[in-house]
Design a protein around this ligand. Structure first.
Ligand SMILES: C[S@@+](CC[C@H](N)C(=O)[O-])C[C@H]1O[C@@H](n2cnc3c(N)ncnc32)[C@H](O)[C@@H]1O
Length: 204
């Protein structure tokens, strides 16, 4: 996977993304506001915002900066923000591998169904950590590699097949957290079959 390839894939997905991935990922997005523990005036960064399916779920009394690599996904997010009359959202085309924000700029950072779509998840999570204030929260919703000894090797073996679709199936949560110097504060399974995991970390 390269960043350019992922951008092309999601530009292509944009026209049917909400139909295919709207409901499937909804349970995790619904959990986001509670896990983010938002307060009035909080500065939230959402990385890999996609078409902005989280917008109706987030309070209006916070300031949201939302970035994505795909212009076509961002165009749909912009339409959604407009149709919901949201004026607290700034949308920016940006690669999360190199966030163009100063250190400690945000109180909260949300990555919903995102870290397994990037070629270098460690670099991206380190960037999320860098731009979040100490004591701030990073929230992830994602499919992480199973800890089951039978399923885990299978997910690793098939992962390259999924690269073409713009994501991987073998992202190991514990290794990722260790490599980024983060500790898991809370972790829970989400979705009908518990295929996804919601993780919250406090930035040290
Ligand atoms: C599976 S979608 C998730 C979208 C949204 N968060 C949701 O809950 O539906 C992944 C999104 O991450 C974006 N993305 C992938 N790699 C990226 C990168 N390096 N920087 C910024 N956005 C990226 C894709 O363009 C896509 O919109």
């Amino acid at each position: 996977m390269s960043v350019e390839y992922v951008e092309k894939v999601y530009n292509r997905y944009s026209s049917f993304y909400d139909v295919v991935f709207g409901k499937v990922f909804h349970a995790g997005r619904e959990l986001a506001p509670e896990l983010l523990d938002l307060f009035p005036g909080a500065q939230l960064l959402e990385v890999g915002v996609g078409t902005g399916l989280s917008f109706p779920l987030l309070p209006r009394n916070i300031q949201i900066t939302a970035i994505d690599l795909s212009q076509k996904m961002l165009d749909l997010a912009k339409k959604r923000a407009h149709s919901l009359a949201l004026r607290n959202i700034e949308l920016i085309k940006m690669d999360a591998t190199n966030l163009n924000f100063p250190d400690q700029a945000f109180d909260r950072v949300l990555a919903a169904y995102f870290v397994s779509t990037v070629p270098d998840p460690v670099k991206v999570v380190l960037e999320m950590k860098r731009v979040c204030k100490p004591g701030g929260l990073l929230v992830f919703m994602n499919h992480f590699q199973s800890e089951n000894r039978v399923t885990a090797p299978f997910e690793k073996a098939v992962s390259p097949l999924f690269y073409r679709l713009g994501f991987r199936t073998d992202l190991n949560l514990r290794r990722l957290m260790d490599q980024c110097g983060l500790e898991i504060e809370t972790r829970e399974k989400v979705g009908f079959l518990g295929n996804w995991t919601a993780v919250r970390c406090i930035v040290p």
